[in-house]
Design a binder for this molecule. Structure first.
Ligand code: AMP
Length: 455
């Protein structure tokens, strides 16, 4: 919980027993670009050696035909790295590759280890030399030092030392290993690929939108606490930790693509339901419902359909600008909101507007949006957020800033409303969030909204 400086969160993918595995990995990473834009990388194996290419930049900037042609083989893993303020060195790009006594491994990780600091200190005391700031590197050292004879047992031994959120995909020259932590904080799905010769290949990815792009069939989610081993014998499953599912509800709120299936539900439907709940909980008279593009679109459609207030795309987004969170300084963040979003004045002028977004973190986006709508002559601006106030940082893999920067941790809703300059502000309740998600048997990690950390 205390380890905020080694956070990792991203997209991961692994492909096994597929001709030209690297190119399938490339397309999968492309479909999951929203989960990380800072750096990307692929390791592939032809059974003899592992080759890794990783670089800062978007998937389409880093890879081309020439680089992909160097990534030969039947198995590959890939990673998109999310930007984390301050730490952007190449040493922190993944996959991480290492040679050790049993051969070669490459590892990708989505999540955040909460005991990484202690383990790292212990390893350093024991003579280990670290090359990056990533908690993921711990796993390489633990595997290399484990006492067991084969890699499966070494991975099990190493994994049992780790606490926190992790989806790991580990590539050896001949096999691929997939592990999801016992709480299943971050999503991870398993799919099947039919090769041209009739043989079966496998794909594991953070989001199912990757399967749609490469033509894979969704089989199931990797279970919390499960390890999958892919080898020439096919796929084997082991339960290596007792499972206690607490998947992250913020995947539904913001992080995942709306067309992905997360924990068995289409994200778009859940976001729409959040908007419907918001309309039931917070009715208000208005002329138009408009979304903050793209994060508020599905919820705004839900709100509009439930309330009967017309939906319009009142603000248009320039898609060629990255996410506002990426820039480290407040000054640039504000400029980027203006570069990214442009209102349609004729729609807004003299209207009572309901604006929907998925969340307020620092308050920067909402404040800017209220200002540009006021500048267009909106008569009233009612900001509605399709999740509860974000009051606590995430230690399990979502990039939220320090608690001192979370506006709802410092201010009441009334004060936040004054800060952003809206006529009213309302959030979805925790109960409303639960109803929208609708999975009765599921407990979700919602620590960002209620401050209750289970680790
Ligand atoms: P802020 O401007 O700091 O209040 O951030 C709120 C905006 O950031 C909203 O439009 C959200 O869609 C978006 N957002 C929320 N969480 C994240 C995150 N972890 N990474 C990037 N953007 C986010």
């Amino acid at each position: 919980m205390e380890n905020k400086d080694w956070k990792e969160e991203c997209a991961v993918v692994g492909v096994y027993n597929v001709t030209n595995a690297a190119s399938m990995t490339y397309y999968s990473l492309f479909s999951m670009q929203h989960r990380g834009q800072e750096a990307t990388g692929i390791s592939s194996s032809n059974g003899e050696k592992i080759v890794t290419i990783k670089k800062k930049g978007l998937v389409t900037e880093v890879f081309d035909n020439e680089s992909l042609s160097k990534l030969k083989g039947f198995s590959a893993i890939g990673h998109n790295r999310y930007s984390t303020a301050g730490e952007d060195s190449m040493a922190d790009a993944q996959p991480i590759f290492a040679r050790y006594d049993l051969g070669q491994v490459a590892i990708v990780h989505n999540g955040n280890l909460t005991n990484a600091k202690e383990i790292k200190q212990e390893l350093i005391r024991d003579g280990a030399i670290f090359q990056s700031y990533m908690d993921t590197e711990n796993l390489i050292h633990l595997i290399a030092r484990a006492k067991q004879e084969n890699l499966v047992d070494r991975i099990k031994e190493a994994i049992l030392r780790l606490k926190g959120a992790f989806c790991f995909i580990i590539l050896s020259r001949k096999k691929m290993f997939v592990i999801r932590d016992c709480n299943g904080f971050r999503p991870l799905s398993l799919g099947e690929i039919k090769n041209a010769d009739g043989s079966v290949g496998y794909i594991v990815a953070s989001e199912t939108c990757a399967f749609d792009l490469v033509g894979a069939k969704y089989l199931r989610d990797v279970a919390p606490g499960e390890m999958l081993v892919f080898s020439q014998k096919g796929m084997q499953s082991y339960n290596i930790m007792p499972s206690n599912p607490y998947p992250c509800v913020f995947e539904y709120v913001y992080f995942a693509r709306p067309d992905s299936h997360i924990y068995g539900n289409v994200v778009y439907n859940i976001r729409k339901a959040m908007g419907e709940e918001l309309a039931l909980e917070n009715p208000i008279e208005a002329d138009l419902v408009i979304p903050v593009p793209d994060s508020g679109v599905a919820a705004a459609i839900g709100y509009s359909q439930k309330s009967g207030i017309p939906f319009e795309l009142g603000i248009i987004r320039n898609h060629y600008i990255g996410r506002t969170f990426i820039e480290p300084t407040q000054q640039i963040r504000e400029l980027k909101v203006r570069l990214k979003l442009n209102p349609i004045k004729e729609l807004i002028e003299n209207k009572r507007i309901i604006v929907i977004d998925d969340s307020i973190v620092r308050g920067t986006t909402s404040k800017q949006i209220v200002k540009i709508l006021r500048d267009c002559g909106a008569k009233e601006i009612h900001m509605k957020i399709s999740s509860p106030p974000t009051i606590s940082p995430c230690y399990y893999g979502v990039d939220t800033p320090d608690i001192s920067e979370l506006i709802s941790a410092r201010m009441s809703n009334k004060e936040v409303c004054e800060f952003i300059g809206a006529d009213s502000l309302s959030f979805l309740s925790l109960e409303g969030l639960k109803r929208s998600v609708g999975l009765k048997d599921y407990k979700f990690c919602q620590a960002c909204f209620d401050g209750k950390y289970i680790l």
